[in-house]
Ligand binder design. Structure first.
Ligand SMILES: Cc1cc2nc3c(=O)[nH]c(=O)nc-3n(C[C@H](O)[C@H](O)[C@H](O)COP(=O)(O)OP(=O)(O)OC[C@H]3O[C@@H](n4cnc5c(N)ncnc54)[C@H](O)[C@@H]3O)c2cc1C
Length: 276
């Protein structure tokens, strides 16, 4: 993909994907090494659904490293703005965390698929760390798509210092998150999966570190409850071109083993499809 002048935007009409320099409208540190950023991105805000993500970076216009954009879930939509919840792991996320109001980043999206609620009336959402992001967007989207769906959100972090303020979670998403921390310094002590009572639930959704997703997948499959997980893999393009985010899958109908691409076929997968 070639670098375009900043004022240009590109729209893939078929998939309605936009690649555009977007100004930061808000930037705030919200927990330990965790930042809330809002960008003016009307085309993405108009279509993003929970589970979908953007590739965000700085193009090739002399911005230095890292060269490649980084995937981040769309965590909120407010009017023409999208919100991202970003935790600092390395150079890319550190660079994003340093953005201030008025700065710009090159954003491509919305990408990937989204959670499928179907006929579920009661949905249990399990979030680990910044895997919280898609669940901030989910309640407002459900209100429009499947009004009346009841959502319970459990949110786990290792330490209390890393917890995104539950009041802000409520302000953004409209729901109260039940917080779990491994050190017990905030909310209930333990792994978020320990609070996952599947009774009366029609559907389990999860996003977070892979070990957590594997544990949730097992819990749900053992209980015979439909489950979808949003998977994180390193990826370079977000569009299915680089094949950097292949994940082993099994076709639940034929049993045939193969590979899907997290960016193109996911990031949301039916739990039984993943070869974990
Ligand atoms: C679909 C999708 C949605 C995502 N949504 C979000 C989101 O909403 N918020 C968010 O903060 N991140 C999200 N991520 C993860 C995010 O893309 C990575 O954290 C980011 O690419 C790291 O880039 P970096 O340059 O900072 O770190 P790198 O230099 O690429 O990595 C630095 C070190 O940190 C490790 N690392 C990188 N990412 C993670 C991670 N997620 N967990 C644990 N260790 C890691 C690497 O293995 C490496 O050792 C998402 C990823 C995907 C695929």
């Amino acid at each position: 993909m070639t670098h375009q002048p900043r004022s240009d935007s590109q729209v893939n009409e078929e998939r309605r994907i936009v690649r555009k320099w977007c100004p930061v409208s808000a930037a705030e540190e919200v927990a330990e090494a965790t930042f809330w950023l809002e960008f003016v991105a009307p085309e993405i805000a108009a279509r993003a659904a929970p589970g979908q993500f953007v590739m965000i970076g700085f193009g090739t216009g002399g911005w230095g490293t890292p060269f490649l954009p980084r995937p981040n879930s769309v965590a909120a939509v407010t009017g023409d703005r999208i919100g991202l919840l970003i935790r600092v792991y390395g150079g890319g996320s550190r660079r994003l965390a340093g953005l201030r109001r008025g700065d710009e980043a090159l954003i491509l999206g919305p990408l990937g698929n989204h959670f499928q609620i179907g006929t579920a009336e009661r949905v249990l959402c399990l979030a680990g760390g910044v895997g919280l992001a898609p669940f901030l967007l989910l309640p407002g989207w459900l209100e429009r798509e499947t009004p009346g769906t009841v959502v319970r959100l459990l949110y786990g972090e290792r330490r209390g210092a890393a917890v995104f303020n539950p009041d802000k979670i409520r302000a953004i998403s409209g729901i109260a998150a039940e917080v779990w921390t491994e050190d017990g310094s905030l909310g209930r002590q333990g792994l978020v999966t320990e609070g996952a009572s599947l009774e009366d639930m029609d559907l389990v959704l999860a996003c977070g570190p892979t070990p957590m997703l594997k544990a949730v997948r097992k819990l749900a499959l053992d209980a015979g409850i439909r489950c979808q997980v949003a998977v994180e893999e390193h990826m370079a393009c977000g569009l299915g071109t680089c094949i950097g985010c292949a994940i082993g899958t099994t076709d639940p109908e034929t049993g045939a083993e193969g590979y899907d691409l997290v960016c193109r076929d996911g990031p949301v997968f039916a739990a039984e499809r993943l070869r974990w």
